[in-house]
Design a protein around this ligand. Sequence first.
Ligand SMILES: Cc1cc2nc3c(=O)[nH]c(=O)nc-3n(C[C@H](O)[C@H](O)[C@H](O)COP(=O)(O)OP(=O)(O)OC[C@H]3O[C@@H](n4cnc5c(N)ncnc54)[C@H](O)[C@@H]3O)c2cc1C
Length: 534
Amino acid sequence: MSPTSPRRERHYDTRTPAGPWDAVVIGSGMGGMTTAATLARLGRRVLVLEQHYVPGGFTHTFKRKRWSWDVGVHAVGEVDARSVIGRVLRVLTRDQLQWSSLGGVYDEFHFPDLRIDFPDDKQRFEDNLVAAFPREAGGVAKYLRTVREVSAGMRRYYLSRLLPPGWAGVTDGVIAPDATRLLLTRTRDVLDGLTRDDRLKSVLTAQWGYYGVPPERSSFAIHALVARHFLHGGFYPVGGSARIAEALLATVAAGGGFTRINAEVDEILIEDHRAVGVRLKDGEVIRARRVISAAGALATVTRLLPPEVRAQPWAQSIAALQPSPCHVCLYLGFKGDITKAGASPANKWFYETWSTERPEWDIADPGARAPCLYTSFPSLKDPTHDPGPELLHTGEVVTFVPYEFFRKWADGRWKRRGDEYDAMKRDLTERLRAQFLEHMPALAPMLAFAELSTPVSTEHFTRAPAGAIYGIEPTPERYRNQYLRPRTPVRDLFLSGSDMASVGVMGAFVGGLLSAIAAEPVRALPWLRGASRV
Ligand SMILES: Cc1cc2nc3c(=O)[nH]c(=O)nc-3n(C[C@H](O)[C@H](O)[C@H](O)COP(=O)(O)OP(=O)(O)OC[C@H]3O[C@@H](n4cnc5c(N)ncnc54)[C@H](O)[C@@H]3O)c2cc1C
């Protein structure tokens, strides 16, 4: 929250300047903004279409009274110059986006009888693990080696995914054999081969919430990518996560492009097997040389393709993949010095159990507790936050829930879903608040505001099918799918966003880059080589 921050120039509106457009990008999440900004840097004029009234997808922020929160940016790694993608992001945002470190420890894990910190330094990370599990030093070293090997191989894997679907199956395994093998292997199976200590396995996979699928089902390579992502710590955008869209969309505008909000795409227009534009919900047609859907692969193939293309085998095979789990988030507003009550920029994970086998909160059972609370204090992460005389601060508590419980409200209108929905929200708010305050009781007197978001709120604001937190779930089944790549079988139709690479903000960033490269390989590859060296 920065109530005193200066007004910045807006690069989006509800109206569109006149075409012609080199490309339309559907969706202004991290993936879509990255593709659009990259194409703009390559000299292309791009129109970004966003159904919400603010751009940014999961990077957008919202306000209640005098507090404001981010919805999907708690900790992001690899944003500084030590990482290739951090350097490219800097070029794409033209140095208009700064990141603040969450500190020496970015994640704290509170298990029933163990507290362990994940620090921003590889050696201290290993030392912490060995100090907690002295007999497992060998297993820890082997684990870290495996994580490094996988993530090194991923670059070649992404390269192979740039090829058209026709090459599928042959290329991935040949170009990136190790990464492909470990994408197709479950996390639990790899860990079983590294250590017999079940508690160590739980600690090593304690960050599974960052990719949404517990070790029993997740792809090990994605686990490894996330572990590696944070080896230099976690970061938060200075000024809040809305700064990401401001910076990237300014780059789009600098290239002659624009972003239109309140612009829901109803259908991608395909003529003679070639994407030629889109039709908006209100019937307006916008034509472009290329169409890039960054609305999520599932949403694209189940909602945006014309029926005859939706029925094609490639679209059906993507449609058969599962969305990642959904969540509820309790947004908290505080008045007071929350640092005195234990809050800090580090995220706190409160695990109620050592087991990851039942990852969702069984909310239908009134006595059930959420198995894990992921809590964070955004106002403490932002160095520009001005708490004012009342010491206004924010907190967020996230936990996974079953979508089935909420399905009956999915078609209702925002804020008008009825008394039963409102009562359910009050009940969940109370239960989550009570469980959270058991872990941080000194915050209770400072708590001045609480509002719960549900999976149907997520679905409403981002159109994520089933309120999915991270797009398609990162399991071996996802990586076995040969069509989940930026280039689709339809000419001039490309996919972007986190489904094209890995989960999270920087996963979507990589997905956005891959999509731009697939659309414009001749211009993009030399540009990327230059940008990654800056
Ligand atoms: C609670 C939560 C916490 C998270 N925490 C972290 C974290 O700490 N670190 C991290 O790295 N990641 C985190 N993430 C994940 C991260 O935010 C996402 O993975 C990433 O931002 C996804 O980007 P995307 O571009 O793929 O998709 P999105 O951000 O979902 O963008 C898709 C966009 O398409 C738009 N759209 C959809 N359909 C249409 C249509 N028909 N017409 C026009 N527009 C359309 C949507 O409105 C949306 O703006 C979190 C997510 C959540 C929900």
